[in-house]
Design a protein around this ligand. Structure first.
Ligand code: GH3
Ligand code: MG
Ligand code: MG
Ligand code: MG
Length: 313
């Protein structure tokens, strides 16, 4: 079924061994009704430490499996017992979470019109049986890589690598739902660099960008693993602190503020330092996401008005 590995072809196209060890392996889900096919694919992909492969025989379980495993690429058998791969793809595509997950059909179908029809129904690519090992590995890795890259772009702020505005809000909403159910407090902090216009005016925009990146790195270092740090835009950042009381949150943001104020930033002719102000609001004192965000904004405004370089809770 699977032709021997041709390393020359592999290295020319996508080098599967060139991945960075710190990256999480790509998750590959294979849905096929043949145990022989599943075993062969698992054996081939199993040779690559950057691939985490799971297989499934029952199409009825695919949605559940997708939600649980969140694959970076799905290999989908075209003809299954009592079930058509196209129908499965259509159902998967109706779920917004899997709108753009790559689906690669596995088929012995070589007719072009059938292949085109499948692409119209949500397929991204084809592997024609018998599948060459090199082609399998290349397709899986290039699709997964592209999808990971896209997803990163969707949730990340490109300057700092922190979560962007949209993702931060989604994560805050999720935290609040969890907090409500588990009866835990959540604190939400908005940070805004003081007189940042002056930094740009006095030292230039590039130096300004570096200050933003420095603060992003510092926040990332200082928060807990369960906290969410996002860049809300410009020189504004937010932190979602799960299971944190107002007093605890204020103390923690104050320590970040002091650490940031202690940093000397360099420009052409010397060094300077800057500060930030922050507002903290607390759930359940503010019961909805909107109320929480408005309350934190008000607290930030209060911190600015009271002279900046302080945290108001
Ligand atoms: P305040 O203490 O009241 O916050 O004063 P401020 O000067 O920081 O005022 P404001 O928040 O209104 O201004 C933010 C400035 O940040 C405006 C904009 O030029 C600058 N800025 C926004 N995004 C970026 C960015 O990505 N890089 C740089 N270098 N500057 C940015
Ligand atoms: Mg089949
Ligand atoms: Mg601002
Ligand atoms: Mg500012």
């Amino acid at each position: 079924f699977i032709a021997p590995l041709n390393v020359g072809v592999l290295v020319d196209a996508v080098d599967p061994l060139a991945y960075k060890a710190r990256d999480e392996p790509y998750r590959v889900l294979v849905l096929d009704d043949s145990v022989t096919v599943l075993a062969a694919i698992r054996k081939t992909l199993g040779q690559f430490p950057n691939l985490n492969t799971q297989v499934l025989r029952d199409p009825a379980l695919v949605l559940e499996k997708l939600l649980d495993f969140t694959p970076d690429v799905l290999l989908l058998d075209f003809h299954m017992d009592g079930c058509n791969g196209l129908e499965v793809a259509k159902i998967i595509r109706q779920n917004r979470a899997f709108e753009s997950m790559p689906i690669v059909f596995l088929t012995s179908e070589t007719r072009e019109d059938v292949q085109l029809e499948a692409m119209r129904h949500g397929g991204d690519d084809f592997l024609t049986k018998p599948i060459s090992e090199a082609q399998l590995v290349n397709t899986v890795i290039s699709k997964a890589e592209r999808y990971r890259g896209l997803r990163k772009l969707m949730v990340e702020d490109s300057l700092t690598g922190l979560f962007n505005h949209v993702k931060t809000k989604a994560l805050l909403q999720q935290s609040l739902l969890l907090a409500e159910r588990q009866k835990r407090p959540v604190c939400y902090a908005i940070l805004d660099i003081d007189h940042f216009k002056r930094v740009n005016d006095n030292y230039g925009h590039t130096v300004g960008d570096k200050v933003i990146k420095t603060l992003a790195r510092l926040l990332k270092q200082k928060v807990r693993r369960s906290d969410v740090v996002g860049r809300y835009g410009g020189e504004e950042f937010v932190i979602v602190m799960f299971d944190s009381t107002p007093a605890d949150a204020k103390a923690r943001v104050d320590r970040m503020r002091e650490a940031f104020g202690d940093i000397y930033h360099a420009y052409d002719e010397g060094i300077f330092s800057v500060s930030f102000s922050a507002g903290v609001a607390h759930f359940p004192a503010y019961g909805t996401m909107m109320e929480l965000m408005v309350a934190a904004d008000d607290a930030l405004y209060e911190a600015k008005r009271a002279g900046r370089n302080r945290v108001v809770c």
